[in-house]
Design a protein around this ligand. Structure first.
Ligand SMILES: O=c1[nH]cc([C@@H]2O[C@H](COP(=O)(O)OP(=O)(O)OP(=O)(O)O)[C@@H](O)[C@H]2O)c(=O)[nH]1
Length: 621
């Protein structure tokens, strides 16, 4: 149901939200708007001093975000969007503009400024109407802002730091999220709550009404009420105002109006029919079709990685599809289509000169980049993709599908499947290494671990996390404990450097062999591979190896307790079903498991991406 009829006006339009903010996406989709999400690449670096007001700055930033997306989509897509929405939220206090904190110290500075005081939250919104004529993009921008005042309680240092360590402030204007933990800091709010969260929905709807239902000349003679959003039962009245058009501020010239021109009697019938059609037509299922296409996009990305397209284009002048095709022994026509899709996905730039890598491709998709995910892409292409083709069986049988892919029984997940040959083992390790390198720094710095002098990374694979732990804590000795075959290959992943002396590898099976002794045990993305029985077995081994006061650092992706919201974690759990013996668990489930094995004082920090880190302390049995 669309409560605000003006939202219904957009159902058949290609509407794009130029924002990476999950809050904005949620607010607008809850309102019944159908849209695509294309995050803006506009760098929020306008000179604040050149704006007379803070909201002027927010509106201009919002406009630039939306225009960047509009012009990028116009260049890359066959279809120009009809409308692009951009938004920018800022906090102002004592004449200062606060945006998102760059690090924890910055968050601390912001929150201590807000403590005990009233501040304003401004969200600037730009609605960019786009059209294409002679291959040129034409835009019409309408913009507005909304202000809400928020008063914070006095915040103690302890509360402040606890909040900062929760990780919540980092992607939020002013360093807090009023809709979540940050709500506890707030004493009062004056104005639109959703404006603080990132999108002033009420004002947005009013703006759309102004755009789509401009007052008739006769209305202008009377006071016009634009501060109310017409409700559902006024839909027919509204349609009368503008002929039911779906273009802002102009009459529709579509087939319905043509029918209406056939005379007065004919007009009445045609209009009635036209209204009926509009009323009964269900919303166009854009999101559904995008979901459907998701697997094709993934496969295009994986295929481009497999063919090393991003390696051929790294640091090179733009190249034509035919040149790349000849290098990888592919057809020119096939390659051109693949490269066009990669460009539409934002992985390549396409110009008259040819194709070149975007920054994303250079950073993560070229195989020799420092933070390359190329190995992870190949693992997905060669192994996980095949497992997922048997998803239906996985759901019916409630177990992984290696036996189907390999055509034989798999008793030991690692020895029989992932490490069944040196080649598959190396690919698995490369995949894990890429992912671990990206996340290791965040894991190592999630908590202050300086009280520990020794750590054991159980199932630590190539030692990528061990390296970051050693870098962060120069007094820490880290043992990476993994299967003998893994330890043998791990040396190839260890770059020389000052940390090398702090890292040692020990070979063994963590279910069968004694664990190396340590003050801190680390289980990073290990428990999610295993059934509850095996998790208990491993945790009791860790607990036995710990003295009171020892720590356990657990890193997993946490499901929300009701298993409704965390889409990234939910898909990971399905992934675990298809691939492993385990599943993802919620914070409550991990807390129970930890407490059962004598680990208490559990602290949790959400990391960027889907991972969460938990630190618990072993108490005396
Ligand atoms: O109480 C809350 N206050 C603010 C937020 C979120 O903060 C950010 C504001 O940042 P910005 O407007 O620059 O938007 P981005 O997240 O960078 O996304 P864009 O791609 O649109 O630039 C915004 O996400 C708010 O939702 C909050 O959650 N709670």
């Amino acid at each position: 149901m669309v409560l605000c009829p003006v939202i219904g006006k957009l159902l058949h339009k290609r509407v794009v939200l130029a924002s990476a903010s999950p809050r904005r996406q949620e607010i607008l989709s809850n309102a019944g708007l159908r849209f695509e999400v294309v995050p803006s690449k506009f760098k929020e670096k306008l000179d604040k001093a050149s704006f007379a007001t803070p909201y002027g700055y927010a509106m201009e930033t919002a406009k630039q975000k939306a225009l960047e997306v509009a012009s990028r989509m116009h260049q890359k897509d066959l279809r120009t969007p009809d409308m692009v929405i951009g938004a920018d939220t800022i906090v102002t206090v004592g004449g200062l503009i606060l945006e998102k904190p760059v690090d924890k110290q910055d968050a601390y500075r912001m929150l201590s400024r807000l403590s005990g005081k009233e501040h304003s939250v401004f969200t600037g919104v730009a609605i960019v109407h786009c059209s294409s004529k002679d291959r040129q993009l034409h835009t019409r921008v309408s913009e507005f802002y909304e202000e809400t005042t928020v008063k914070f309680s006095e915040l103690s240092e302890e509360l402040l730091w606890e909040y900062i360590h929760s990780g919540e402030p980092m992607d939020k204007a002013g360093g807090y999220g009023i809709q979540a933990l940050g709500g506890m800091l707030v004493e009062s709010v004056h104005g639109d709550f959703l404006n603080v969260v990132g999108f002033p929905l009420n004002h947005f709807c009013k703006q759309l009404v102004e755009l789509y239902y401009p007052p008739r000349p006769e209305d202008l003679r009377q006071p016009v009420q634009h501060d109310s959003i017409p409700a559902v039962d006024t839909f027919e009245d509204l349609s009368d105002v503008d002929g039911g058009g779906s273009e802002p501020a102009q009459r529709e010239t579509g087939s319905c109006d043509e029918k209406a021109e056939a005379g007065v009697a004919g007009q009445a019938t045609a209009e009635a029919e036209c209204h009926r059609t509009r009323a009964t037509l269900p919303p166009f299922p854009t999101r559904l079709l995008e979901l459907l296409d998701g697997f094709k996009l993934s496969k295009a990305l994986l295929t481009a990685c497999k063919l090393k397209v991003f390696d051929w284009l790294k640091d090179e002048a733009p190249q034509k599809a035919a040149d790349i095709a000849s290098k990888v022994d592919a057809s020119a026509c096939g390659m051109e289509r693949l490269l066009d899709v990669c460009a539409a996905m934002g992985l390549l730039e396409k110009t008259e000169q040819g194709y070149s890598n975007t920054e994303t491709a250079n950073l993560y998709l070229a195989s020799d980049s420092e933070y390359s995910l190329h190995g992870f892409m190949l693992q997905n292409n060669d192994i996980i993709w095949n497992l997922f083709t048997h998803l239906e069986f996985a759901i019916r049988e409630g177990r992984n599908q290696h036996h189907r892919v390999l055509g034989k029984k798999v008793d030991d997940l690692f020895q029989d499947a992932y490490y069944r040959s040196p080649e598959t083992q190396l690919r698995f390790m490369q995949a894990m290494h890429g992912v671990a390198k990206l996340t290791a720094r965040q894991v190592a710095t999630a908590f202050d671990l300086s009280r520990f002098s020794s750590a054991c990374d159980v199932g630590g694979c190539t030692g990528a996390l061990a390296r970051e732990l050693a870098r962060e804590y120069p007094g820490l000795q880290v043992t990476v404990f993994d299967l003998p075959d893994v330890v043998e290959l791990a040396v190839h992943f260890q770059p020389a450097g000052p940390q090398a002396a702090q890292i040692h590898f020990a070979a063994g099976d963590f279910f069968r062999d004694p664990l190396p002794s340590a003050e801190l045990y680390v289980l990073c993305r290990i428990l999610h591979d295993w059934s509850d029985d095996k998790v208990h077995k491993l945790l009791s081994k860790v607990a036995e190896s710990c003295k009171p006061g020892a720590g356990l650092l657990l890193v997993e992706t946490l499901l929300d307790e009701k298993k409704r919201e965390a889409q990234g974690s939910l898909i990971q759990s399905l992934n675990m079903l298809v691939q492993t013996e385990g599943r993802e668990r919620s914070r409550g489930e991990y807390q129970c498991l930890l407490e059962l094995h004598g680990f208490h004082q559990v602290q949790v920090v959400h990391l960027e991406g889907v991972l969460d880190a938990m630190l618990a302390t072993r108490v005396a049995p």
